[in-house]
Write a protein that binds this ligand. Structure first.
Ligand SMILES: Cc1cc2nc3c(=O)[nH]c(=O)nc-3n(C[C@H](O)[C@H](O)[C@H](O)COP(=O)(O)O)c2cc1C
Length: 321
């Protein structure tokens, strides 16, 4: 079922090098309704037939959006046409702040080139029959905040919904996302808008929705090491129910599943290497978490990692008395 059939309340924000098929399926396990999103896919690479692990996905991930990056309208359109067959929606990356991306005038640099952004949106819209969305920031810098105009321009060429990360490009990831500023979009658009940045708990979610007036939320790092947050959000949106936090036991079970999935996808050597960026997130509640992380990132075998995780859990349970 690739179609988006309901009002989307939560979008899993694309995270390059993180939100691969294994990660997304973990989130899907806890939430049927969250719109999952691939990592950004370079339109140039895709049309040049350089398919990589980034484009791997499974049917059970639907609804699943595909995010495209690039700055050439005809290449973006060709890439979108390829993805249209599988995508629940196509998302345009107009928000990435990384130098490598911005230098090529991709990502958030597009916020300084509204005409080109519109040209891309138009070219893509013409060749797809699924919803088109765009993700961007507040603007290039605090002196160049233009997300309201940018969103309206994109709406005028047929973009179906937008996501705004409440930081500027210059801020990169420093400071806090400004949820209140996102609220300037209230009454400015007919299409839905989603607020993004720093939502990690249900309290954050409530506050962000209140301040931004957004139709829903886009969650990036809040799902890292915590895919059950997707379930908590889904229940909250359905009936206001507040889930209890996952126990360490549950988190370690999920971490093991994540490790096993990545090893299956990438092989033991690469899978174990890939997982090193996640340990902090999964075991943050353990006393001496950084010490354990140091141990985990040095281990190269899957079997050994799983054994150490059991030891961490036993020690934790013993300490809890
Ligand atoms: C490691 C990492 C990779 C990211 N990759 C992408 C990406 O591929 N496309 C994109 O639009 N944003 C990307 N972002 C930005 C996130 O989608 C999101 O906007 C940002 O992390 C703020 O939201 P959060 O606080 O919920 O994580 C990335 C962020 C991080 C930390």
């Amino acid at each position: 079922m690739k179609k988006i059939t309901k009002d989307i309340k939560v979008i899993q924000a694309p995270l390059a090098g993180i939100s691969d098929t294994v990660y997304r399926k973990l989130i899907r396990k806890y939430s049927k309704e969250t719109l999952l999103m691939t990592e950004m896919i370079s339109s140039e690479a895709l049309v040049n037939n350089q398919k990589t692990l980034i484009t791997k996905f499974d049917k059970e991930e639907y609804p699943l959006g595909f995010q495209l990056s690039g700055h050439k309208p005809h290449i973006m359109a060709r890439a979108a046409k390829i993805l249209n067959e599988w995508a629940s929606c196509i998302d345009l990356n107009f928000g990435c702040p990384v130098n490598k991306v911005v230098k090529g005038t991709d990502g958030s640099a597009m916020m300084r080139n509204v005409e080109l952004a519109k040209e891309i949106a138009l070219a893509v819209k013409e060749v797809i029959d699924v919803p088109l969305s765009a993700k961007f920031r507040l603007g290039w810098s605090l002196d160049e905040i233009n997300f309201v105009e940018f969103a309206k321009e994109l709406e005028s060429v047929g973009v179906d919904f937008v996501t705004i990360h409440g930081r500027t490009r210059s801020q990169m990831y420093s400071g806090n996302a400004d949820w209140e500023k996102i609220g300037l979009l209230k009454n400015e658009l007919k299409i839905p808008y989603y607020a993004n940045g720093d939502v990690k708990t249900l309290q954050d979610a409530k506050k962000c929705l209140e301040l931004s007036g957004a139709n829903g939320l886009s969650i990036g790092r809040g799902f890292m090491g915590n895919p059950t947050f997707a379930q908590a959000l889904e229940n909250y949106f359905k009936d206001g129910e507040i889930n209890k936090e996952s126990s360490l036991e549950e988190k370690i079970e999920i971490l093991k599943e994540h490790i096993n999935g990545e090893v299956e996808l990438r092989g033991e050597v690469n899978g174990i290497k890939f997982m090193r960026k996640f340990y902090n997130f999964y075991i943050s509640s353990v006393r001496d978490a950084s010490k354990y992380r140091q141990v985990l990132v040095r281990i190269e075998s899957q079997k050994e990692i799983l054994k150490v995780l059991d030891e961490i859990l036993s020690l934790h349970l013993a300490n809890c008395g």
